[in-house]
Structures are given as C-alpha cells and as structure tokens.
Ligand binder design. Structure first.
Ligand code: F6P
Length: 327
C-alpha cells in the first residue's frame, strides 16, 4: 500500500452551498492526521494548468458559513482529452500529490474514474450539487440549502400571486432531476409540480388548474423543474395555459442561479464536515474510487462507478402527498 503523504482537494462542476465547509473539513482532517494538503483551483482545469495552493488548518478559517467555493469551480473540456489528463497527471507528480478528493457531481466523478483507470491515481468523491441527482446518497451537498432558498423565494412569489389573483409558473433548477421541484413544491404548497421523472401531460395540467379554480382558489403556484418536458420550456408552457384557460392571468418566474448561492444551511455544513473527514480517512487507509454518501444518517461509501451509473429514485410518496395537499 502506498503511503499517502499529500492530498489534493478541489471543487468541480456547478458550485453548491456547503462546498467551502467540505474543503475546510478535508483540510482540517489532513492537518489532524499530519498529512499535507493542497488545494487545486477551478477543478480539473486548474489541475491541467498547475493552479494550486498549499492549505493548512488556518487557511480555511472563517469559510464554514460561506456560499460558493474558495477554490473556484469549472467544467473542463480539456480534461476530456488524453493530452489534458496527461498534463494533469504530470502536475500532480510534480507537486508530490498522492491522492485526490473531488467535490462535485457525476460529471466530475466520471472524469475521476477515467483518470484513475489511466493513472491508477487514488480518488475519493464527495457529492456536491444542488440537484441531488447522485446515486448512493440521500443528500448531496447544497441540496438542502437550495431547497430552502427555493421555498423562501416561492413564499414571496405567493404573496404577490395572491394579491393579484394570478397563476405563477416558478422554474427551479434541476437539469435532469426533479428533487428540488418536488420537495420545494410540497414545502411551499404548490398547486402542481412538474418534474422530468413523471409526465403529467398538458391536458391533466389544464384539468387540475380548472379544478382548483372550481374549488375556489384564486391564485396558484406551479413549480416546474428545469428538466421537465411537459412544455418546450416554462414560458411556452405558461403561454399555452394562458391561451387555454382564459380566466387565468399567468406570470413566470425563473429562480435560476440564486439557488446555487447563499449561506449553507446547518444541515449542509454538518454533512460537509462529516464527508470531508471520511474522505481523508479513506484515502489514508489506502482506499480509492469510492464516493462518500449519507444513508439513514450514517456516512457510508459506494463505488464511484456505481454512483455515476445508478439513478436516485424520486420519492413517490411525496407525489401522492402533493396530490392530496392540492385538494
Ligand atoms: O448541476 C447543477 C446545476 O445548477 C443545474 O441545476 C443546472 O442545470 C446547471 O447546473 C446550470 O449550469 P451552469 O451554471 O453551467 O449554467
């Protein structure tokens, strides 16, 4: 077993609240185990460019509560090439780095697995994405914070929707997954929730909105996941509904990147702290190609490849609860 003397940490892909808390945790765990730590800026791109900074326990003071990532993040096209990965490997060698912690989503983990196959380089993944679309963990870093941000925004939209008796379509993030939409929708009391995992269809949507009018509701919120395919996009969907339900005045609000920013929730900070420690301990124990995950409130591990290939199932019970709540 090769001795791990120096661990690199980086954030990759879309940023998520709690990434700083995870960096802090990796750095402090390294310090605790007397292992050197180095931060790589801008994910794989920084690895290719040799953009790195030594990190000590004191380098990560006062970041546990900060959104974004002090190490910056990027989606690297160059790392998809053999040439790019070779350059990255050479930089790791040059800096005497023995192992890597990647905080990111499945694109970042896929890069990690390819890299490990080519260079046998020890890698542990920490799931960080607001989308919560990673198999092997009930929660990814940033998801809880993003949910609270979305609920807070929808609450505000509800105030104005109600004052004007309007129907609002609120688009939330989630490129391919409806976790934010479903949970924020239930939490904020949405009339309908449109997610990619379930095709409600335009007719049923119209029917349901008519029903809510008949039931005496004067304003409504429909939460639409970015990845939903019911309409071509949220604006066309809103136009379609306005054309077909004349007594509705419709507005659209796209929450967008605000969901990726802001102070991480306590849940995300605690999760990040636990995951960072576990990632360092795994590497020191000679483990590789694993992702750290949370299941039944226990920190567990899963093969990185399984995490990439598997799909987190949407909670069907929540869909049922949402249906009942719109009565
Ligand atoms: O994967 C996280 C995410 O925020 C998705 O919800 C969204 O589709 C995407 O990233 C946006 O990416 P970018 O910041 O590159 O526009």
């Amino acid at each position: 077993m090769r001795k791990i003397k120096k661990i690199a940490v980086m954030t990759s892909g879309g940023d998520a609240p709690g990434m700083n808390a995870a960096i802090r945790s990796v750095v402090r765990a390294c310090a605790y185990y007397r292992t050197e730590c180095i931060g790589i800026y801008r994910g794989y791109q920084g690895m290719i460019e040799g953009d790195m900074i030594p990190l000590t326990a004191r380098s990560v003071n006062n970041i546990v509560h900060k959104g974004g990532t002090i190490l910056k993040s990027a989606r690297s096209k160059d790392f998809r090439t053999e040439e790019g990965r070779k350059k990255a490997y050479e930089n790791l060698q040059e800096n005497n780095i023995d192992a890597l912690v990647v905080i990111g989503g499945d694109g970042s983990f896929t890069g990690g697995v390819v890299f490990n196959n080519e260079y046998d380089f020890p890698i542990i993944g920490i799931p960080g994405t607001i989308d919560n679309d990673i198999f092997g963990t009930t929660h990814t870093l940033g998801y809880d914070t993003a949910l609270n941000t979305a609920v807070d925004a929808i609450d505000k939209i509800r105030d104005t929707a109600s004052s004007h008796n309007r129907l609002f379509f609120v688009e939330v993030m989630g490129r391919d997954a409806g976790f934010i939409a479903l949970n924020a929708g239930v939490g904020a009391g949405a009339e309908e929730i449109l997610i990619p995992e379930e095709d409600l269809g335009l007719d049923r949507l119209l029917e349901s909105l008519k029903k809510s009018r008949r039931a005496g509701k004067s304003s409504s919120i429909v939460v639409v996941s970015e990845g939903d395919k019911t309409g071509k996009n949220v604006f066309e969907l809103a136009d379609y509904v306005e054309e077909n339900l004349e007594d509705y005045e419709v507005r659209v609000s796209v929450l967008g990147h605000m969901q990726r920013g802001g102070t991480p929730s306590c849940f995300d900070r605690v999760l990040a702290s636990r995951m960072g420690v576990k990632a360092v301990e795994l590497l020191i124990d000679g483990k590789t190609n694993l992702m750290v995950g949370l299941n039944n409130n226990e920190i567990e591990t899963i093969d990185l490849e399984k995490a990439i290939k598997g799909q987190n199932e949407i909670n069907r019970e929540l869909l049922r609860v949402s249906d009942i709540m719109t009565t």
